[in-house]
Ligand binder design. Structure first.
Ligand code: ADP
Length: 231
């Protein structure tokens, strides 16, 4: 099964994105340049040299993650669509996050029904689930439990990703998915934008319920396909 993403839609999004991308990439470059100038000055102490060098490295890393996130979004090969079992892809995403979760003292609690058939691009879907789970883990700086529940609900694949973390205000929820909106030091604010767009291309819906200090639930509903569609 193959589907063509509408070209015009994509071009519009990309040109909007390109403008803010240019702007965002300039910030870390400017900061890094400033620190490089400090470094160039004679008589800078070794201690300051170390601090400035680390700052430059951090800013370069930030620019790099903006670029690689952007490339994932723009890559044309991601348009190939297949019939897949979302259960396997969710497991794949969670496996890749396992060691990160352990480091953050977050337990993963997973309930996935069988045969969660959807039509999607595999890489994009795995990226969405990884992003939402990573955000959930990062919302719990003192550790906790992240629940991932997948089941069939009225001909749709329902996926809930629930954390008991810092939560969001209504204003923060409203800004989710806007390019470069991030409250994190090392955040790029591209993750949720990519996730929202990808779920849209799957003809799916994504809902957020969140309460400050209590936690957040991301609910995905994606049209499901019967296994008979498999050949
Ligand atoms: P980044 O992770 O680079 O900051 P995202 O687009 O993934 O970018 O997220 C944007 C912002 O949305 C985050 O900086 C954070 O403030 C907020 N956010 C996303 N997921 C959650 C969550 N599960 N709990 C609390 N805040 C969240």
């Amino acid at each position: 099964l193959r589907k063509q993403i509408q070209h015009t839609d994509k071009m519009n999004t990309l040109s909007e994105l390109a403008a803010s991308f240019a702007h965002e990439i300039r910030n870390p470059m400017t900061v890094a340049r400033g620190f490089m100038q400090f470094l160039k000055q004679p008589g800078t102490s070794e201690e300051k040299r170390q601090i400035y060098t680390q700052m430059v490295l951090d800013e370069i890393d930030k620019a790099q993650s903006i670029i690689s996130n952007y490339l994932v979004f723009a890559k044309p090969h991601l348009e190939s669509i297949e019939l897949v079992d979302a259960k396997l892809l969710i497991q794949q995403a969670l496996n890749s996050l396992k060691s990160y979760a352990v480091r953050c003292q977050v337990d993963l609690e997973i309930h996935l029904d069988d045969k969660l058939f959807i039509s999607t691009n595999k890489d994009k879907f795995v990226q969405c689930i990884t992003q939402l789970c990573k955000n959930g883990i990062e919302a719990m700086p003192a550790g906790g439990k992240l629940k991932v529940i997948g089941c069939i609900q009225a001909n749709q694949v329902s996926i809930n990703i629930i954390d008991h973390g810092i939560g969001m205000t209504n204003e923060e929820i409203r800004r989710l998915g806007t390019p470069f909106y991030s409250t994190r030091d090392r955040g790029t604010g591209l993750g949720m934008m990519i996730t929202y767009k990808a779920i849209q291309t799957m003809k799916g819906k994504i809902d957020v319920t969140s309460e400050v200090g209590k936690g957040t639930c991301f609910s995905l509903l994606i049209p499901s396909l019967s296994s008979s569609s498999f050949h």
